[in-house]
Design a protein around this ligand. Structure first.
Ligand SMILES: *Cc1c(COP(=O)(O)O)cnc(C)c1O
Length: 357
């Protein structure tokens, strides 16, 4: 009866195909950081084994993939944080993104088990990590000349700041700053995340880095993943565990934020912020009860939510309730809760039972 996250294995594969079809000339780095956006990193690596490479944020995530037998190229997007991580990356053949001068210096040490493939991050406008375009040449030379710690040709990477907004011109400026560097050094480059792949064709280059689209949600502030041919991978569901009848004016849940406008049935669903359904989701946000939309009412508790059953009077204890996924886009729930699907997915807790379908 408890909450479950159903993982649609064919949707996973279909979304990867979608990323490939959008950019047939590019190789795909499937981004599976943060436990594959809450979907399970090792599961994602298995189901997305048709990807050309995997992207993770941290060295520890890459080591875990290697230890479970993943033999793909693995790219660590934040790079190594210290000498110990650099040695782990070298030992496990993880590729490092070099984001800052101190990470460049970290490579000036003898005695690595073997040299590491490096990607140089260019800051073309995100202003978070990476080398300014005018500083790239010196950093690039330093990497290229470091034969002890660096293996093979250096690759270049940048990241879109406003790719989620198709009306914004920042992406075009970033592309214009990045591509000449790729040409000048004659190396492989990578710009596109999901937003780039689906919305900014000129960001598609040697390597693409799709994340959220593989999980079937939209990378854009407006719009719907379905329009882009994406299928939801995770369906979060639980069951109705109580049906109560209250009089007009009865207040529901903590702080009594919602009052019954008339005598009415109220359902209790076994899901709450302890499972990852956000506490600040407001009254009126839809859930699916037996494939019908009904509104959330009152505060989200740790283990439960309450829903309005006035239009579902035939509901029974044990009926299935979907919080997001098939039939109810996570993007819509995220918007209602003032967040993005990325955060909803990452927030699903270990108390939820994951099942592949
Ligand atoms: C997380 C991440 C991605 C994937 O982004 P999506 O928006 O999920 O497609 C790509 N590149 C970098 C550097 C990232 O950190």
């Amino acid at each position: 009866m408890g909450p479950r996250a159903l993982i649609d294995t064919s949707a996973f594969r279909s979304n990867l195909q979608r990323a490939r079809k959008a950019a047939p000339g590019s190789r795909v780095i499937a981004v599976i950081k943060a436990n594959a956006y809450g979907h399970g990193m090792l599961r994602a690596a298995r189901l997305l084994d048709q990807a050309d490479a995997f992207g993770v944020a941290r060295v520890g995530e890459g080591v875990e993939l290697r230890q479970s037998g993943v033999s793909h190229e693995i790219l660590v997007l934040e790079g190594a944080f210290d000498q110990e991580q650099l040695i782990a990356a070298s030992t496990h053949d993880l590729q490092l993104v070099i984001n800052s001068p101190w990470q460049l210096e970290l490579l000036n040490q003898p005695g690595l088990p073997r040299p590491v493939v490096c990607w140089l991050k260019v800051d073309t406008g995100m202003h978070r990590l990476g080398f300014a375009p005018q500083a790239v040449e010196a950093a690039y030379r330093q990497l290229q000349e470091n034969r002890v710690a660096v293996r093979g040709p250096v690759r270049l990477m940048t990241h879109l700041a406003n790719g989620d907004d198709l009306q914004d011109h920042t992406s075009s400026r970033q592309i214009a700053a990045f591509m000449p560097l790729v040409t000048r050094f004659g190396v492989e480059g990578s710009i596109a995340n999901s937003a780039g792949i689906l919305g900014w064709p000129s960001t598609r280059s040697d390597w693409n880095r799709p994340g959220i689209m593989l999980y079937g949600a939209s990378p854009f502030i407006a719009g719907d993943a379905g329009e882009y041919g994406l299928k939801p991978v995770m369906t979060l569901e639980s069951r109705l565990i109580a049906i109560n009848h209250y009089h007009k004016g009865a207040r529901i849940g903590y702080s009594g934020t919602w009052a019954c406008p008339e005598p009415m049935p109220v359902g209790v669903v076994a899901i709450g912020y302890g499972d990852g359904y956000p506490r600040h989701t407001p009254s009126g946000t839809p859930v699916l009860l037996n494939d019908h939309r009904v509104p959330l009412i009152g505060r989200v508790s740790m283990d439960m939510i309450t829903i309005d059953l006035r239009r579902q009077r035939q509901a029974r204890i044990g009926d299935r309730v979907t919080l997001w996924g098939r039939g109810l886009p996570a993007d819509e729930i995220a918007r209602a809760a003032g967040t993005i699907a990325y955060e909803l997915f990452c927030g699903v807790t270990s108390r939820v039972d994951f099942q592949e379908i």
